[in-house]
Design a protein around this ligand. Structure first.
Ligand code: AR6
Length: 181
């Protein structure tokens, strides 16, 4: 599924983010940038040790913020590491922190003149964010950014498995009826 927002294309696909050939992949890191499971494990495995070497130099990243490293052996030139919130009960600033993770990743891409990037569903795995809510926050934040910034031409959400792809697709369908053509 895809929609156009001004000059930009927003695309949802089902797949493995490490195979993307956009300018940057977004990694669901932890605040120590220490590596882990899920997307984080897959990106470091596929990208090789150059990514972790840069993460060590950077040292860490607060929740809701983002940092950038090389893409190592990946097809993507860069990895943007962002830290989503660990979901507790929704009353600990989770929504704003999750929106921040998307927004700060996009800002970093703009600052580096990148034209395309690929996101996973941040916080929707190990960090336990309810899927429907995670999808709504992800999509509204990216749509809002693309409405106000012409520089990024392509944002791909690369969703792992049919269920999460279906949830994101349904949420995007609802939201896209509100986007002016
Ligand atoms: N490509 C695309 N999506 C994937 C892939 C993949 N290769 N692998 C998993 N997913 P998660 P989080 C999906 O757990 O919740 C790590 O240990 C997955 O099914 O990667 O933000 C870090 O070090 C889910 O829908 O990220 C942190 O400690 C989504 O990507 C912590 O996990 C996000 O799942 C971050 O947890």
């Amino acid at each position: 599924m895809e929609i156009r927002i001004g000059n930009s294309l927003l695309v949802l696909v089902q797949g493995d983010i490490t195979q993307e050939d956009t300018d940057a992949l977004v990694n669901t890191a932890n605040s120590r940038l220490a590596g882990g499971g899920g997307v984080d494990g897959a990106i470091h495995r596929a990208g090789g040790p150059a990514i972790m070497a840069e993460c060590r130099k950077i040292g860490g990243c607060p929740t809701g913020q983002a940092v950038i490293t090389t893409g190592g052996n990946l097809k993507a030139r860069y990895v943007i590491h962002t830290v989503g919130p660990i979901y507790r009960d929704g009353s600990h600033g989770e929504e704003e922190l999750l929106a921040g993770a998307y927004r700060e990743s996009l800002k970093l891409a703009s600052a580096r003149n990148l034209k395309s990037l690929s996101f996973p569903a941040i916080s929707a795995g190990v960090y336990g964010y309810p899927l429907q809510e995670a999808a709504r926050i992800a999509l509204t934040t990216v749509i809002e950014y693309l409405k106000n910034h012409q520089d990024i031409e392509l944002v791909r959400f690369v969703l792992f498995g049919q269920k999460i792809f279906d949830v994101f697709s349904a949420v995007l369908k609802d939201l896209s009826s509100e986007i002016p053509k």
